[in-house]
Write a protein that binds this ligand. Structure first.
Ligand code: GLC
Ligand code: CA
Length: 543
């Protein structure tokens, strides 16, 4: 298998399928659905963290990297899942959270007890005049430093205060990290997704500085000084020693050039990476927790085009996606999930699945699962969201105003239990699931498969098309200028073939002349009119 052959399906483990009816998704639940995933046409499953955890950030706070979260099952359940997946020619990709550990991890506990060795696994620093070492803020709100009175030291946490950043400068720590990664590779895991991996290289210990411009410190630790060294070492000591392992880095706020270095094969770092700039186009003044009244496809298209062309030129590789567990559902965000449910689900699928790179499908999008549309603040669960709520309250916003914002932006939107059928709790579980999901449009797999227009079947069709076609996997990409922000057109081509992907990203008809006598490969509307595109029409033509 080569990287261009991968089609990855991300599973938010807590929400996919509950086998023992405790309201929480689990490994056996996933195993039951392997045939379903094979039918869809994917060949890799990325599991969000499955390790022992106090669950402050739903598993992104790891207490023990060698143990399975008992809510999800046992090690033998995991081994069985690997085996079952293999039968269906599906590989497992695990989430490696190596920028921080839970503060319940035994390293951190020993550090708290005063062990210098383990304090050096983290960043324990002296404060300045009773203040933290720097003014940096945590990505989940508040200071990035937490004070430990007993030690008179502060420790760094770029995320919640229960997620302490680990010190990659320390060789012993790095050796521990490699041991963890090799443990899972030895079991037969064939993919690794590295959580916020470009944040692991912090400034030299004595060099903590305030961030005078943004207060967030991002520029001091994003794509830090030793990052390429660390990744090369990780590559050499772990996954390069195993055959057919593919890696993807979550590359938070990186830039074009750094990205190209991480994923260019000659550098022997990572196979591919995620970027998020196309998903920040609905932030207002760079601010996530604000309500975006309209959709700006001009910026959205620009970002995709710039990144695609640059990475093509530099022989690097993008992991393409529109939804994941940190994002609202893209059908609700960019499409119209009420009136044009089928059309917008299929249009955005075509948009990213045919780009140059590897497609990452997020569970539920293949039936057009939507945002939560909650009516009460208490219905939200995510730590980032609840912290944002407190902050917005402190800015004197009312609950109604806040609800409007978090219904649009919360990560919980992308974490609803999968709606398999029309039973109570949608066949996810026999008990009330951990996260409330009203499913206001009653979208379920069962209903989808009964529809004349099935989103699932459309995904099957386009995945088959992509997988059988060298041009879509390896061909070049170019973008066709239109003077209409709502129309997005690109081409995939090589010596033999030339395909045009033509999309109307809006819920209005758009004037556009399509050449007659062309071969239509994909069309998500019954009809084709040569003078205009229907709302959310997506067509692929061979020219
Ligand atoms: C990544 C994960 C996110 C998590 C954070 C801290 O961005 O995708 O879910 O909260 O890292 O680990
Ligand atoms: Ca369960």
């Amino acid at each position: 298998m080569k990287k261009e052959d991968l089609v990855v399906y991300e599973i938010y483990v807590k929400s996919f399928n509950d086998s023992n009816d405790d309201g929480i998704g689990d490994l056996n639940g996933i195993k039951e659905k392997i045939p379903y995933l094979r039918k869809l046409g994917i060949n890799y499953i990325w599991l969000t963290p499955i390790y022992q955890t106090p669950n402050i950030d739903n598993g992104y706070d790891i207490e023990n990297y060698y143990k399975i979260n008992p809510d999800y099952g046992t090690m033998s359940d995991f081994n069985n899942l690997l085996k079952e997946a293999k039968k269906y020619k599906i590989n497992i990709m695990l989430d490696m959270v190596l920028n921080h550990t839970s503060t319940q991890h035994h390293w951190f506990k020993k550090a708290l007890k005063g062990s210098k060795k383990y304090q050096n696994y983290y960043f324990f620093e002296k404060g300045k005049n009773n203040k933290p070492p720097t003014n940096w803020t945590s990505k989940f709100g508040g200071s990035a430093w937490e004070y430990i009175k007993k030690l008179d030291l502060w420790y760094l946490h770029l995320f919640s205060k229960q997620q302490a950043d680990i010190n990659w400068e320390n060789k012993k720590l790095r050796a521990e990290v490699f041991k963890i990664v090799n443990f899972w590779l030895k079991k037969g895991v064939k993919g690794l997704r590295f959580d916020v991996i470009n944040l692991i290289s912090k400034p030299e210990k004595k060099n903590w500085k305030n961030d005078l411009k943004y207060n967030d410190g991002k520029k001091f630790y994003t794509d830090g000084k030793n990052i390429n060294f660390y990744l090369k070492e990780l590559n050499k000591k772990t996954f390069s020693n195993y055959e057919n392992v593919f890696t993807v880095g979550e590359l938070s706020s990186t830039n074009l050039k750094h990205f190209a270095n991480y994923s260019n094969p000659k550098n022997k770092e990572l196979d591919m990476g995620f970027i998020f700039y196309h998903l920040k186009t609905d932030y207002i003044d760079n601010h996530k927790w604000s309500y975006a009244p309209t959709k700006d496809f001009k910026k959205f298209k620009e970002v995709i085009e710039t990144w695609q062309l640059y990475q093509q030129k530099h022989n690097s590789w993008i992991a393409n996606f529109l939804s994941n567990h940190d994002q609202p559902r893209h059908i609700s965000r960019f499409g119209n999930d009420k009136i044009y449910h089928y059309q917008s689900a299929t249009c955005f699928a075509v948009l990213y699945i045919f780009l140059r790179g590897t497609p990452f499908i997020y569970y539920g999008e293949e039936i057009g699962q939507t945002n939560l549309y909650n009516t009460k603040i208490e219905e939200f669960n995510d730590i980032e969201t609840t912290n944002a709520y407190k902050k917005l309250r402190s800015e004197n916003k009312t609950d109604d105003q806040i609800l409007k914002i978090i219904n649009q932006k919360s990560r919980d939107n992308g974490r609803s239990p999968f709606a398999w059928n029309n039973k109570k709790y949608y066949g996810f579980s026999e008990t009330r699931p951990w996260l409330k999901y009203k499913n206001i449009y009653n979208i379920t797999l069962e209903n989808d498969l009964k529809n004349k227009n099935s989103i699932f079947k459309f995904y099957q069709e386009i995945l088959r098309l992509r997988q059988q076609n060298k041009t879509f996997k390896l061909g070049k990409i170019k973008f066709i200028e239109t003077n209409n922000d709502n129309i997005f057109i690109y081409e995939r081509y090589d010596d033999q073939k030339n395909y045009q992907i033509i999309l109307n990203l809006s819920d209005k008809k758009q004037n556009y002349k399509i050449k007659e006598n062309i071969k239509i490969i994909i069309n998500n509307h019954e009809k084709l009119n040569f003078n205009f595109l229907n709302p959310y029409q997506a067509i692929i033509v061979e020219c």
